[in-house]
Write a protein that binds this ligand. Structure first.
Ligand code: IMP
Ligand code: MG
Length: 178
């Protein structure tokens, strides 16, 4: 898919190499060998499936839908659960899998919700982090890449539901294609 309005920020091979590293690191950090992964729909789906396959421990997966309003490039601050988990988290070691941490509003809210369900432990992995944009504190244990304050699409990330199926992470509005 060639699109002159997109500029590649992180190419697919770098993404995949970093995800393999994360998978190995996370596997080492859970020597008991069991982990319950929760993917945040829909953006984290691509990352989640690759990360799960990069791990060599016993994982189970579930998904949660969170909505922070519409189609634009910013978060409103209002968070809503649109699809809840299938299973209880009680006693589980939980890893929340997110595509990107921006303001931190989504994950800050979600952690409060999930902590009430008494997991044994809970950590976050995010493929991308835009630390400059943080409005709410969130401790993200595992980060794939820190990126500057630019709106990105691809590999799960969308703009108005488009571009999720790109292999690369791309910046929108970059006419100066690299
Ligand atoms: P936060 O609540 O502001 O941290 O926003 C997190 C959510 O906003 C992510 O899960 C994405 O769905 C969306 N988001 C934030 N930044 C971007 C971006 O650059 N591209 C696409 N979606 C984004
Ligand atoms: Mg999201």
């Amino acid at each position: 898919m060639k699109d002159p309005t997109l500029r590649v920020l992180i190419p697919a091979d770098k993404l995949q190499a970093r995800i393999k590293e994360l998978g190995q690191q996370i596997s080492r950090d859970y020597p008991q060998g069991r982990l319950h992964m929760i993917g945040i729909l829909k953006g984290a789906v691509f990352f989640m499936t690759d990360l799960a396959r990069a791990m060599n421990i016993d994982v189970s997966i579930d998904f949660m839908g969170i909505s922070t309003y519409g189609k634009g490039k910013t978060t409103s601050g209002e968070v809503r659960v649109t699809k809840d988990l299938d299973a209880s988290l009680e006693g589980d070691d939980v890893l929340v899998v997110e595509d990107i941490v921006d303001s931190g509003i989504t994950l800050n809210y979600l952690l409060h919700v999930l902590e009430q369900r008494r997991p044994r432990s809970i950590r976050i992995v995010a493929l991308l982090d835009k630390p400059e944009r943080r409005l709410r504190p969130v401790h993200v244990t595992y980060v794939g890449f820190q990126i500057p304050d630019e709106f990105v699409v691809g590999y799960g990330l969308d703009y108005g539901e488009r571009y999720r199926n790109l292999d690369d992470i791309c910046v929108m509005g970059g006419e100066a294609a690299g």
